[in-house]
Design a protein around this ligand. Structure first.
Ligand SMILES: [Zn+2]
Length: 643
C-alpha cells in the first residue's frame, strides 16, 4: 500500500502503490500483477507435474500419466525439433502452392481445417443455436486475418504502421526460411498483407460484434450459397466433415459476400501464397528455433516483451491448451481440495442470495421484469473446480518421438470432436476452460457460471483468510460472473439461455440509460497519451464488476465479520473488503501491451477495474471517509446504481 496517498484521490495507488513500484514487469512477461503471480504459481505446479509424468518409467501405456508425459517430453525435445527444420510442413506448402482455381482454393481451405493445419479464410465452429439452445448448429464467422484486430490493417498511425512493418518482416522471414528468395519473400509479404487487409475491411468492429441479434443470421444452406455464388456450401461443408445439416448461423453475412468477390478478383497465385502462409504461421511455434525466434520477434512488436518466454513455460501452456483435460486430472489430484469446493458452493449460494435481495430492491425495474430476472438468477448452474466427466481424448495418438505430429493429431482430434457434436443432444457437462486456468466465465447459452480450480487460490480465495478478503476477492469474481447474465449482452438471454427478450420496454430503456452512463464513465479513462478506454467495448465487463462488487458487499454484510467493526491490522472489515478487491487488480503492463489491450480486450485495465465500481458505492465513501473535493468523489446522485 501507499499510505501517503489519500484513498479518495487515488484509491488504486493507496491500495497497491508500493507493490506496483516494487514489482516491474519481468523481462519474459508483458504484464505483471496478482493474476500473474497466481498464474506463475500454477505454471510452476504444472511444470512439476509434467516433468514428473515425463520421467515416470512405470507409467502404463494409455494411462493419463503416460500420455501427458509423452506429449510434454516430445515438446521439450528441441534437439529433435531443430534437426527437422521445416520438414514437417514441406508437403503442406507444396500442396497449398499448387491450387489451380477457386474450387481448388476452397478444397484446400477445407483440407487445412480438417487436418489440423490451420483455419484460413473464415471462422467456423459448432455451438448451440442461441435461439434454440438444445440444438447444436454449424456457425460461420468472419476471419481470415492474422493481426489481433481489423484496426491494425486499416489504421495508419505510427503505432499501427510499426506493427504492420513487423508483421511483413515476419512473413518475409518465414518464406525466406522455407526456400523463397528474398525478393519473392518480400513480395509475398505485400500480397498477404493486402489480401488480409481486404478481409479486415469486410469484418465488423469488435463493438458491433457484441450485439447478439445483429450477429445472428440463420440461413438454409442453399440460401447461404445464393449469397455467395462462388461458394457452394453444401459440398464445402461435406469436405469439412459436416453432413446432414441443412441450416447454418452466420455472424456477418456481408463478410462472406465480400469474400465471394475476392475469390475471383484475387489472382490464384495470391491465394496460393495466402494458403501457404496459413501453413507457415500455424506451424511456426512448433518448428525449429529460427521459426520460433521469428514468431517471437513479431509478437514483440505487439506486446513489447523483452525476452522470450522459456520453452518449458510455453510448452507447459501449450500442453494445457491441447490436452488440458488429461493434464487437468493430474493437476486437481495435487492442487484441488474438496474443502475448497464446499466453501465455494457456500460462497456462491450467499452471492445468489445477495443478488436476489438486490434485484428485489431495484428502484428502476418493474415487478414484472424482476420476476423474470429472479427466475434467471435461480436457474444459474454453477460449476466449480473441474468437470464431472473428463474428456478422454480417445483415439488421439501421442508419441514421444514426434512433437509436430502430436500437435497435428491433436488438431484433428479437436476438430472431429467439435463436429461430432452435431445432431447430438447438447452436452451440459462440458467445460470451456481447463482446471489449471486462473480465470472464470459465464456462458449465456448454458446460463452457467464456471470457476476452474486454478482461480480458487490466494489472492482470490484463501480458506484461512477472513471473510472480507474472500468476499472482496473470489466473492466479487462470483458476483462478476453472475452479473454477466445481466450485462448489456447477457441480459438479452432468458433463464433457459435462449436469446429472447424478457424485459418490459420501459425497463429495458431504463437499463440502457444507466448502462450508457457507465460507458461514459469508462470512456473518460486515459491509458497512454491519447489512448482511452473504450467504454462500449468494455461495457459488459464493467457492468460485471459493478454488479459483482455490489453483490459481494451485500453478501459480506451478512457474515459475522461483515456485521462487526473489529479491526485487523488497523483496518475495518469494510476497508479490508475494498482493499482485497483493489489488490486483486494491481499490476504493471508494458505500454505496447497496454495499447493492444485497449483495442482487443473487453476488460478495462486493472487500475480502472479497481476504481470504476467503487466510486459508485456509498459503502466505499463511508469506509474511507471520501469527501467532496477528493479527486474520485462523485455526488450520491451521480453514483451509478445498476444491479
Ligand atoms: Zn467478465
Amino acid at each position: 500500500m501507499d499510505l501517503s496517498v489519500k484513498p479518495g484521490d487515488d484509491f488504486y495507488t493507496y491500495a497497491s502503490g508500493v507493490w506496483v513500484k516494487n514489482n516491474p514487469v519481468p523481462a519474459k512477461e508483458t504484464r505483471w500483477g496478482s493474476f500473474n503471480l497466481l498464474r506463475e504459481f500454477n505454471i510452476q505446479a504444472v511444470k512439476d507435474i509434467l516433468n514428473e509424468a515425463a520421467a515416470d518409467k512405470n507409467a502404463a501405456t494409455g494411462s493419463v500419466t503416460k500420455r501427458v508425459g509423452d506429449f510434454y517430453a516430445a515438446a521439450m525435445d528441441s534437439a529433435a525439433i531443430d534437426k527437422l527444420g521445416y520438414k514437417p510442413i514441406k508437403k503442406d506448402l507444396k500442396r497449398a502452392g499448387k491450387v489451380k482455381n477457386v474450387q481448388g482454393v476452397l478444397n484446400e481451405v477445407a483440407y487445412q481445417r480438417t487436418s489440423g493445419v490451420g483455419s484460413p479464410m473464415f471462422g467456423f465452429y459448432v455451438g448451440q443455436d442461441r435461439k434454440n439452445v438444445d440444438v447444436m448448429i454449424p456457425q460461420f464467422s468472419q476471419g481470415g486475418t492474422t493481426l489481433p484486430d481489423r484496426d491494425y490493417y486499416l489504421k495508419d498511425d505510427a503505432r499501427s504502421q510499426k506493427i504492420q512493418e513487423a508483421y511483413k518482416t515476419y512473413i518475409t522471414q518465414l518464406f525466406s526460411l522455407t526456400g523463397s528468395s528474398e525478393k519473392e519473400a518480400k513480395q509475398n509479404a505485400e500480397t498477404i498483407f493486402n489480401l488480409e487487409k481486404k478481409l479486415a475491411a469486410a469484418q465488423m468492429a469488435r463493438v458491433e460484434m457484441r450485439d447478439p441479434y445483429k450477429t445472428y443470421n440463420k440461413f438454409a444452406v442453399a440460401d447461404f450459397s445464393k449469397t455467395t455464388p462462388n461458394v457452394d456450401w453444401q459440398p464445402l461443408m461435406a469436405n469439412m466433415k459436416v453432413t446432414g445439416e441443412d441450416t447454418v448461423l452466420v455472424n456477418n453475412p456481408k463478410f462472406f459476400t465480400e469474400l465471394n468477390g475476392l475469390l475471383t478478383s484475387t489472382p490464384i497465385e495470391d491465394w496460393q501464397t495466402y494458403l501457404q502462409w496459413n501453413v507457415l504461421k500455424s506451424a511456426a511455434p512448433y518448428l525449429s528455433k529460427p521459426f520460433v525466434d521469428a514468431n517471437f520477434a513479431y509478437s514483440q512488436a505487439l506486446t513489447g516483451q523483452k525476452v522470450q518466454t522459456p520453452r518449458w513455460q510455453t510448452m507447459s501452456q501449450m500442453t494445457d491448451r491441447t490436452i488440458g483435460e488429461l493434464l487437468g486430472q493430474l493437476y486437481v489430484q495435487k492442487h484441488f481440495k474438496p474443502e475448497a469446493k464446499a466453501r465455494m458452493n457456500e460462497l456462491i449460494g450467499n452471492l445468489i442470495k445477495a443478488y436476489e435481495i438486490r434485484i428485489n430492491n431495484l428502484d428502476w425495474m418493474s415487478a414484472e421484469t424482476k420476476e423474470k430476472a429472479l427466475a434467471k438468477l435461480h436457474a444459474f448452474r454453477p460449476k466449480v473446480g473441474y468437470p464431472d466427466k473428463w474428456k478422454d481424448y480417445e483415439g488421439l495418438e501421442i508419441s514421444r518421438k514426434s512433437f509436430f505430429q502430436n500437435v497435428r493429431n491433436a488438431g484433428v482430434w479437436g476438430y472431429n470432436d467439435m463436429v461430432s457434436q452435431l445432431g447430438k443432444p447438447v452436452d451440459r457437462t462440458k467445460w470451456g476452460m481447463t482446471p489449471p486456468t486462473v480465470n472464470a466465465y459465464y456462458s449465456p447459452v448454458m446460463n452457467e457460471i464456471v470457476f476452474p480450480a486454478g482461480i480458487l487460490q490466494f489472492p482470490f480465495f484463501d480458506p484461512n483468510a477472513d471473510d472480507a478478503v474472500n468476499y472482496g476477492g473470489i466473492g466479487a469474481v462470483i458476483g462478476h460472473e453472475i452479473s454477466h447474465g445481466f450485462d448489456d449482452s447477457g441480459s438479452q438471454y432468458d433463464k433457459d439461455g435462449t436469446l429472447r427478450n424478457w424485459w418490459t420496454e420501459q425497463d429495458r430503456i431504463r437499463f440502457e440509460e444507466k448502462a450508457k452512463t457507465l460507458q461514459e464513465q469508462y470512456d473518460a479513462y486515459t491509458v497512454l497519451d491519447t489512448v482511452h478506454v473504450n467504454g462500449k467495448l468494455t461495457l459488459g465487463e464493467n457492468i460485471g464488476d459493478l454488479g459483482g462488487l455490489n453483490a459481494a458487499y451485500e453478501a459480506f454484510k451478512m457474515t459475522e465479520q461483515g456485521q462487526s467493526d473489529e479491526k485487523i491490522d488497523g483496518f475495518t472489515p469494510d476497508q479490508r473488503f475494498f482493499l482485497s478487491w483493489a489488490q486483486v487488480w494491481r499490476g504493471n503492463i508494458l505500454p505496447e501491451a497496454a495499447a493492444q489491450q485497449i483495442v482487443t480486450d473487453p476488460h478495462s485495465p486493472g487500475q480502472y477495474r479497481t476504481v470504476g465500481p467503487v466510486v459508485n458505492m456509498d459503502a466505499w465513501y463511508e469506509a474511507f471517509n471520501v469527501q467532496p473535493g477528493d479527486k474520485l468523489y462523485k455526488s450520491p446522485e451521480e453514483r451509478i446504481r445498476l444491479w
